[in-house]
Design a binder for this molecule. Structure first.
Ligand code: IPE
Ligand code: IPE
Ligand code: MG
Length: 248
């Protein structure tokens, strides 16, 4: 409802916004089953929620929005479901590209992209290159992503630098380690939203979430609107983030 929406967004304190919001977009399959539809209809319906999240993030003034779209573990799903998800990705890149450019969004994709088929990889190259000048919102999409795999990859890259003589083992500190993660150049998420009422991380950003505030909602991803994002941000602003210290 527009009037409620105006209220909620006006309740936000711009000085306390999360800089980086990450979202585990979950519940597409259940949304479809509730309606007697095949799972892929839930994925299709979830695209509208992606648009809502991106536009809502821009409206609020969030700098970084990360969306978990497909996990390493999701490769174990039926082949047809995977193929549908990949075709949605290609369609999203085609249909949203111009709007993203117009809205100042820069798209980044993280994950083990070598596992994707050529068409999906082309779509990713196209959208990341077309949006490269975007300054308003950094949209990070995690595809074929798993946090344990990311950590192992970082360890391998560090080991290679050490064996090449570029780095001494004692020079590896938290900052050096973090710089080898996919997210090296970005701040850690301040707020993690998970939809569909699940209370787990599902191998998402295990390093980066160390001090992230968690927000879960029973809303299934296809029903997620910018209002739900504003609600999560509002709750975030009321949390006391102590980082191990005592309250001021
Ligand atoms: C999230 O919805 C989308 C992906 C993980 C790709 P799900 O497909 O996991 O939907 P549920 O959890 O089975 O309802
Ligand atoms: C997490 O959802 C992955 C994504 C949203 C892309 P899943 O549906 O795969 O997670 P689990 O299986 O419920 O833990
Ligand atoms: Mg799920």
């Amino acid at each position: 409802m527009p009037s409620e929406r105006l209220q909620r967004i006006h309740q936000l304190n711009k000085a306390q916004l999360p800089r980086h919001v990450a979202v585990i977009m979950d519940g597409n399959g259940r949304w479809a089953s509730e309606r007697g539809l095949p799972r892929y209809e839930g994925h299709r319906a979830g695209m509208k929620a992606v648009r809502e999240a991106v536009e809502g993030a821009i409206e609020v003034g969030i700098e970084y929005l990360t969306l978990f779209a497909f996990s390493q573990e999701n490769w174990q799903r039926p082949r047809r479901e995977i193929a549908f998800l990949m075709s949605l990705l290609e369609r999203y890149a085609q249909s949203e590209c111009q709007d993203l450019v117009d809205n100042g969004v820069q798209v980044h994709v993280i994950g083990e992209l070598e596992r994707l088929e050529a068409g999906a990889r082309r779509a990713i190259d196209m959208i990341t290159s077309a949006t490269r000048e975007g300054k308003r919102l950094q949209l990070i999409v995690a595809i074929s992503y798993g946090a344990r795999g990311e950590l192992v990859r970082a360890a391998q890259r560090l080991a290679q630098r050490v064996s090449a003589g570029e780095l001494k083992p004692q020079q590896i500190d938290e900052a050096v380690f973090a710089s080898e993660l996919y997210t090296g150049r970005w701040p850690d998420p301040d707020l993690l939203v998970r939809t569909s009422g699940e209370y787990r991380i599902s191998n998402f950003m295990l390093w980066q979430l160390a001090y992230t505030e968690l927000f879960t909602t029973p809303v299934l991803w296809p029903d997620f609107t910018r209002e739900h994002l504003f609600e999560a941000v509002l709750e975030f602003e009321q949390r006391d983030r102590r980082f191990g210290r005592v309250s001021s």
